[in-house]
Structures are given as C-alpha cells and as structure tokens.
Design a protein around this ligand. Sequence first.
Ligand SMILES: [Zn+2]
Length: 163
Amino acid sequence: MQAQAPYRVGQGFDVHAFAPGRALILGGVRIEHPQGLAGHSDADVLAHAIMDALLGAARLGDIGHHFPDTDPAFKDADSLALRAEVTERVVRLGWGIVNVDATVIAQAPRLAPYLDAMANRLGQAMNAPPECVNLKATTTERLGFTGRGEGIAAQAAVLLARL
Ligand SMILES: [Zn+2]
C-alpha cells in the first residue's frame, strides 16, 4: 500500500438500543419519537458511525479510543462537538473530506422528513458543504433487532483526499 496515496476510504458502523426517557438525536437533529437511544454520550448513532468512518480513513483508530465511555467528560456529550474534534484531527493530518455517504437503519420513526436537516448539521460539524453529505434511511422489513424496534443502526462511508 502507498502511504502517500492521495485518497483514503473509511467505513463506520454503530448500534444503540432504544431506551425510555431519552431524546432521540440523529445527525445532531432532535427527532419526534416516544423514546431515544441508550448510551453514555447523546447516543447519536449516525454521528458515531460517521466519526468511525473518518477516523478509519485517517488511520486514527476508532471512537472508543479517542472518547472512552468510561470518561465522565463524555457523559451525555454532544456527538457533533466530538465530531468537530475528530474532523480537526483528520484535517491536521492533511486530509480534506471529499464526501460522506451514510445509511440509518430503523423500523421507526420515519426519517425522510429529517434527512436534509441532518445533512446540514453534519456538514456544518465537519466544515463541509451539505452537498458533501448524502443520507439514506431504510428499514429491515421488520426483521432483526432494528425490525423489532429494539434499536437503531447506522453505517457510513467517507472519502478523504490529501489537501
Ligand atoms: Zn455510538
């Protein structure tokens, strides 16, 4: 592999279980839903998947390494703020974000009405125009843990280019 290759790809995957009494935050946007996601931070499963993709592309490990869930500093932390920090670390290494493509996998709620707002927020947190971010939402046809409404999964792919 060429260490100085002009492009690097990364992928990320994350899952959080639903929990009562929590706000549902996806891509930095509050979504109307009777329950939110369990987690140490704000449990923004989409932001976490994208962060892992960014860290992976820049060969910086994973989120758990940078923001351990045993550290009280990250309790209920705003994932977009963490993401801004991840972006800064990636940029410091000389990488620019070309594009992000991500999928949220949830039986409910319906996310289509929120996708544009989420892409805007995510783009802002990465200092990238919203055109760099493409979001999709899908169900698993009632199969598996997402299909039974037990939680939400997200996956993301990121392309970085040498600045
Ligand atoms: Zn997570």
